[in-house]
Write a protein that binds this ligand. Sequence first.
Ligand code: ASP
Length: 422
Amino acid sequence: MPRLALHWQILVALVLALLAGSLTSPESELLGVRILDVYAFLGTLFMNALKMLIVPLIMASIVTGMAGMGESDALGRMGMRTLLYYLTTSLLAILTGLLLVNLLQPGIVDGGPAHEALGLDPVPAETLQKVEGRDAGDVVDIFLRMVPPNIVQAAANGQMLGLIFFSLLFGFFMTRIESPYRESLDHFWQGVFRVMMRMTDWVMWFAPLGVFALVAKVVATTGFDAFAPLLRFFVTVVAALGVHFFITLPLILLLVARVPAWRHYKAMLPALLTAFSTASSSATLPITMDCVEKNAGVSNRTTSFVLPLGATVNMDGTALYECVAALFIAQAYGFELTFAQQFTVVLVALLTSIGVAGIPAASLVAITIILGAIGLPAEAIGLILAVDRVLDMMRTSVNVFSDSCGAVVIGRLEGEEGILRA
Ligand code: ASP
């Protein structure tokens, strides 16, 4: 019997998870074992397996990618194009969020700030007064982590920016040493990279089971009740993410890369569904790389440069979410933001989306930084916690999709012919 394609298996798992999750309450037991614990166990096992791949995969792919570009102009050119792509799409995402949150005004209920309807304490008057004059200390801190004092510690703590920076340097200087050491290192890292890709294939076999467990757990614990009071916020975020996912990125694919988006959606389905279930771009990275190379046909050279970098640096969904969430909280507290303050939100959302890690709920830290920058108390973040997980799943899929579109666009600009040709 032919095996069902992986993305169908994952989709079936997702539907079953919604069903199973809504039938399970946190107390449900089967043969004396809490069902929720079983979901949690299987889900964590799958997440761990994915995370286990990340450090060697990121290092090997960036080092081989950099070394492959050697001393040619290709490196500078590709680097510039990649950065330009990341910045443009993140900015477009934030502006989409800004537009929709101003249009739909989810934080205003019956013409007034929603804090009462949502059961929030009003912000003390003195907080409202000290709006200006916040320094950017927290943002600077994110960038300090880019150059880690201890690379082993950075890797152990999941500080991917530091690991990426070190790997970029390592790959670059590998091309500057003499034979035979250069060839030895080249073979070594190529070997590591191939092993990591094989291991990814193996872990992907378990994706349907992992996805089932992760999603069933979320549905069983979050339930649907949490959504009612925050429905308008939820809808605003989903609408903005939808515009970016279904309109902006496809237009970029069509206009710049000249490929129809539906083919790319199809190619990326396993990665998108994994991103949705894990809510972690970093954990999804191995699968993203697999799909972009094998299904979309982007060269290994482009994939291994654009994607590991993108998984940490390029987070369109996150940037958009930060902007919508911060403005929603401001609206709900009756806080009128001036143009300059909205501009601050856009800028800090852009910068923090570069710096935050690709792990679940990472945006929350960034949002508290934005709240600080416009003078709102960090505790106000409590307002959105109830719906954060589900929105995290969605924004992570958008993050991963944007990275993969970046690989397609850069690959096409580099003159690759085989991308997404049916
Ligand atoms: N979970 C997101 C990611 O991994 C980051 C975030 O927005 O919280 O891409």
